[in-house]
Design a protein around this ligand. Structure first.
Ligand SMILES: Cc1cc2nc3c(=O)[nH]c(=O)nc-3n(C[C@H](O)[C@H](O)[C@H](O)COP(=O)(O)OP(=O)(O)OC[C@H]3O[C@@H](n4cnc5c(N)ncnc54)[C@H](O)[C@@H]3O)c2cc1C
Length: 227
């Protein structure tokens, strides 16, 4: 103790506990009406410092879905997307955390591990697209991609694309001659100025689909199981 503090000090040991690193992943994140998140769903070694980060990300994924189903804006099937979206990325970080128990190994920078995770569209009922490659990408890469969080780009009106992620609504963005713009749903059909395809941003900021502009409403209905 003296060598840590740098001078002699009086101290008394009040609690002593043995800590053992563990690595567990729940076989499912849902059983009927019960959803598990955080340490109840995954226990990680501390090497990447991701336990709380994943817990918050689990809640971030589930919260808007619960809210939308409970207030009738979405069908109950939207909740089926929680496990297939979160469990693969939590498993991915769990595996990487085991590898990084060798302290000389560093696979990703913090920003990539924390906000660079994307969900597998092919197995999620709340996304439309192919599942390709690793579920992680450097968030500084600027291109939009179905499954990932929408990256920052300035819109024509001076806002950021990040401002479009809103727990109460989906948003659509497209590229026009003048730049990137939000597309209000109502203006889509037949509008001569509408871009041909739009990126559909979910309330949690992840890109759910890249669809023709006239299919925005039907795509949202499909994702929300309202058809
Ligand atoms: C020393 C240390 C350092 C860490 N550093 C990091 C880090 O740098 N970055 C990071 O991302 N993560 C870190 N973590 C991991 C992080 O703390 C956990 O992953 C995170 O707290 C998990 O959150 P949780 O809400 O799932 O569980 P908890 O934080 O454990 O919350 C569960 C809560 O439920 C309560 N509870 C339990 N049973 C009952 C019951 N029957 N009824 C009512 N309440 C109950 C508990 O008292 C507790 O308050 C660290 C952990 C430790 C121990």
């Amino acid at each position: 103790m003296e060598s840590i503090v740098g001078q002699p000090i009086e101290f008394e040991v009040l609690v002593h506990a043995q800590w053992t690193p563990t690595a567990h992943l729940a076989a499912t994140f849902r059983s009927g009406r019960v959803f598990v998140i955080g340490d109840a769903a995954h226990a990680l070694p501390p090497s990447m410092g991701m336990g709380a980060n994943l817990a918050i990300a689990d809640a971030h994924n589930l919260a808007w879905k619960l809210a939308w189903v409970l207030d009738g804006r979405a069908g109950a099937g939207l909740l089926d997307s929680y496990d297939p979206e979160r469990r693969p990325v939590d498993a991915f970080i769990l595996e990487r955390s085991i590898i990084e128990m060798d302290w000389s190994v560093k696979q990703f920078d913090e920003a990539t591990a924390m906000i660079g995770l994307g969900y597998p569209p092919a197995s999620s009922p709340a996304m439309i697209g192919e599942s390709t490659g690793m579920p992680i990408r450097d968030p500084h890469d600027s291109g939009p991609e179905v499954r990932m969080r929408v990256p920052h780009h300035w819109l024509i009106d001076g806002r950021s694309t990040l401002d479009l992620a809103n727990s109460n609504t989906f948003a659509a963005v497209g590229i026009m001659d003048a730049g990137i713009t939000e597309i209000p749903y109502g203006n889509i059909p037949g509008s001569p100025t509408a871009p041909q395809r739009v990126w559909l941003i979910r309330p949690d900021g992840h890109i759910a689909a890249h669809v023709p502009a006239e299919e925005i409403a039907s795509t949202i209905d499909w994702i929300l199981e309202r058809h």
